[in-house]
Design a protein around this ligand. Structure first.
Ligand SMILES: Nc1nc2c(ncn2[C@@H]2O[C@H](COP(=O)(O)OP(=O)(O)OP(=O)(O)O)[C@@H](O)[C@H]2O)c(=O)[nH]1
Length: 407
């Protein structure tokens, strides 16, 4: 949950600041106010360009949807909502926005130039056509189930039963997706859902769509920046911080700290007997254990099958060794189930015949060796502490592996 909170924090601050700006817009000098009315265009186009550069379909589509929304507001919703065409456009936006944002939150990220990308663009283009063409049809014949699309009988509340229901459902589904995936994109889309809901709710407020859709563009760009930071500092395979992040950490270390270096034992042999793919699974598994290290240790994938943990608090190396020992024991005790590669069926039919009979699941385990060193009078620089922990790891390997050595 803490993860979700951090992902939401900046977008929510942006939304709160935008709401404040909406009510303070009168303080901006009159000659600058029209500029505000055009702000979403460059911001949303920039968000689309960045999303395209990073190959993020969902963010690209979200920025496109907000751009279309803003164009619709500017071109079709500047008259009273009681008139048929603005009423239709407002209703269509209030129904389509929650549906589209939920769709984006549920879809997996497959990149712009994929089947998903093509399908999504067609779906959005169809909606744009609908918004452009259907009002004519609407004006010619009254809409069925009209009362579902009338504003609720609440003073100052412009949304209909159907739109309110869809926004509530969207909030539920998108909250679930955010909790399950804990992704930057899900967090940005979640805040954008609130922003568009508020836009429609406070529609009579001057500049509301310009300010809140600009806020959506900023949330999407912030999400892209965060994910590019992750790309630079996270290891793709294990999800741990990578060597670049570790080097940055080394530069910033001061005061007392402990560095632990660890390495999977006989990993080459493991790879040779079970294959590189299974080796990758084991790296992920070991990393997941290391990520849970107690005592405030921060884990990194140093490279290959080597990991580091940095404890930057005041605790001595001996105290950190207790947490690292727990980790070593947990990894050793963890059974890794392998599917018997040799008995893998060649065809689906063969596989169905074999299921539950000859495909035996084999269980193995891996061990790790750990070297630990702390900053002291002998090793004053971070590079020296790292070298000392590396030498301690070498000793652990010499002592027969699956053990911890303090430098
Ligand atoms: N599957 C997989 N293997 C990797 C990855 N990175 C490094 N390796 C393998 O890790 C193995 C490391 O082997 P060595 O450095 O000889 O170490 P070891 O076999 O674990 O021996 P000891 O450390 O002495 O116990 C090599 O076979 C590499 O190919 C990776 O990302 N995925």
């Amino acid at each position: 949950m803490l993860n979700v909170f951090w992902r939401l924090l900046i977008p929510i601050i942006l939304l709160a600041a935008s709401l404040y700006a909406v009510f303070e817009v009168g303080r901006i000098q009159q000659q600058y106010q029209p500029l505000l009315a055009y702000l979403p265009y460059p911001l949303l186009l920039l968000a689309m360009l960045l999303a395209q550069q990073f190959n993020r379909l969902r963010l690209f589509a979200a920025a496109g949807i907000f751009l279309l929304t803003f164009i619709t507001v500017q071109m079709g919703l500047q008259q009273p909502l009681a008139e048929p065409r603005p009423f239709f456009l407002f209703t269509a936006l209030s129904l389509l926005l929650p549906i589209n944002l939920t769709l984006l939150a549920v879809l997996p990220e497959r990149g712009l130039w994929s089947r998903y990308g093509f399908g999504l663009m067609l779906w959005l283009a169809a909606q744009a056509l609908l918004l452009g063409l259907l009002p004519v049809a609407y004006l010619q014949q009254p809409f069925p189930y009209h009362h579902w699309f009338e504003p609720l009988p609440i003073q100052g509340y412009l949304l209909s039963y159907a739109a309110s229901l869809l926004f509530a459902l969207a909030l539920l589904v998108m909250s679930l997706m955010l909790i399950l995936r804990k992704g930057e994109t899900e967090a940005a889309l979640w805040v954008c859902l609130l922003a568009v809901f508020l836009t429609l709710l406070l529609f009579a407020q001057a500049y509301i769509s310009a300010v809140l859709l600009s806020c959506c563009a900023l949330c999407l760009m912030y999400c892209l920046l965060r994910s590019s930071r992750d790309m630079a500092f996270r290891d793709d395979l294990t999800g741990l911080r990578n060597r670049r992040a570790f080097n940055e950490k080394l530069r910033s270390l001061a005061g007392h700290y402990v560095i632990a270096t660890m390495d999977i034992d006989h990993f080459k042999k493991f790879n040779d007997s079970h294959g590189h793919e299974v080796g990758d699974d084991v790296l992920r598994l070991v990393a997941a254990h290391i990520a849970k290290v107690a005592g405030g240790g921060v884990p990194y994938r140093y490279g290959g099958e080597e990991f580091c943990v940095v404890f930057s608090g005041r605790q001595p190396a001996a105290a950190c060794a207790v947490f690292l020992e727990q980790l070593r024991v947990a990894i050793e005790a963890y059974p890794i189930t392998l599917r018997n590669q040799a008995s893998r069926p060649d065809s689906q039919k063969q596989g169905q015949g074999q299921r539950g009979s000859s495909r035996k699941a084999k269980t193995v385990s891996v061990t790790i060796s750990i070297g630990v060193a702390e900053r002291n009078a002998r090793w004053r620089k971070a590079e020296e502490v790292l070298k000392a922990s590396d030498q301690a790891l070498y000793k652990a390997k010499k002592q027969g592996r699956n053990c911890l050595v303090l430098a």
